[in-house]
Design a protein around this ligand. Structure first.
Ligand code: PYC
Length: 320
């Protein structure tokens, strides 16, 4: 049956039903028959990239750009929390912007004060300092360049050359490409980097121990005074990072060091495609490169998600 002009007119003129005992009873019955679950979440953004502590991240409740942070009991007693990051396509080894978001969230909840903390992630323990000014400095897992100047033939684009590096996730970093890293070029940037990602898979180009290279990072000089570089990072679920990407900046620091272009303690300012900036530097300890990434996160929501078992999309529309 379709809604014709008559039924539309009726809808416009008819008064809404007054909730009476019958309505209340049937609402109560529906709740008993289909109990709703509720999940409390706190949202933040770090340089524009959203983090949700903790719960569902995909549409229709959220967006494909959202990174979830599931807080869990740490195995090591001296960690304030364990965290598993996930997005629209699965779990992430680590997430830099997400760690900054989690620390800002714990501060918002009154669970921590300015100071230094340890956080357990699937790829190792990271350090996080909540600074007096509210910024957060992440001390990431050891990062390194795995392979330099790897050529890959990308269908429709030709030969692309990049470095393979680890910063808590695996990255393919490309310096020479035909695109200006600007928001107006997002469609082309996504298409190009997604094609690179697929070509890497097709050509079995991987990180150490078969690590899947699931983040593609393009770089170019930044037009912003005081900023060293601008990047565009494509995440595993074909969404781009609005922040400069903490793990991607760590991988970049490792490449710069390997090329002799950055020394321990020297500051590198990394800008994202939307203009947000992380400040990075690294220390060398026992032959390992340990990146520090500083950024800010802001709380954007404290909400209750409702999970209705009758909703076919209760758990989201699904990944790619
Ligand atoms: O900041 O490391 C990061 C990150 C990874 C994916 C999205 N953001």
């Amino acid at each position: 049956m379709t809604a014709g002009p008559d039924s539309l007119a009726r809808l416009k003129t008819s008064k809404p039903p007054t909730p009476g005992p019958r309505h209340l009873q049937s609402a109560q019955r529906a709740k008993e028959e289909h109990p709703l679950k509720q999940v409390q979440v706190i949202d933040s953004h770090t340089g524009g990239e959203p983090t949700r502590t903790v719960a569902l991240v995909t549409e229709p409740r959220s967006s494909d750009a959202m990174v979830g942070a599931l807080l869990c009991e740490p195995c090591e007693a001296n960690c304030i929390t364990g965290v598993i990051f996930f997005n629209n396509s699965g779990c992430l080894g680590m997430c830099g912007h997400g760690t900054i978001g989690v620390v800002a969230t714990l501060a918002y909840l009154g669970r921590i004060e300015p100071g230094h903390y340890r956080i357990e992630t699937p790829v190792g323990i990271v350090g996080a300092t909540l600074n007096e000014d509210g910024t957060v400095t992440l001390e990431n897992v050891p990062s390194y360049r795995w392979a330099a100047a790897i050529d890959v033939e990308v269908p429709g684009y030709g030969k692309v050359t990049g470095d393979v590096a680890y910063g808590g996730n695996w990255f393919f970093l490309v310096k020479h490409h035909p695109y200006a890293i600007e928001r107006k070029n997002l469609e082309q940037l996504i298409g190009f980097t997604w094609a690179i990602r697929q070509a890497l898979t097709a050509n079995k180009i991987q990180g150490a121990e078969g690590g899947e290279i699931d983040h593609i990072e393009l770089h170019s000089p930044s037009p912003t005074p005081g900023v060293d570089s601008r990047n565009f990072v494509l995440c595993p679920g074909r969404e781009y990072d609005r922040s400069p990407c903490g793990t991607g900046t760590s991988a970049k620091l490792a490449c710069l060091y390997a090329e002799g272009l950055l020394a321990p303690g020297q500051v590198w300012r990394q800008e994202s495609v939307i203009g947000s900036v992380f400040e990075g530097c690294f220390a060398l300890r026992e032959g390992k490169l340990l990146p520090s990434i500083t950024g800010s996160a802001f709380i954007t929501a404290e909400s209750t998600l409702i999970l209705d078992p009758r909703d076919a999309f209760c758990w989201g529309i699904g990944a790619l």
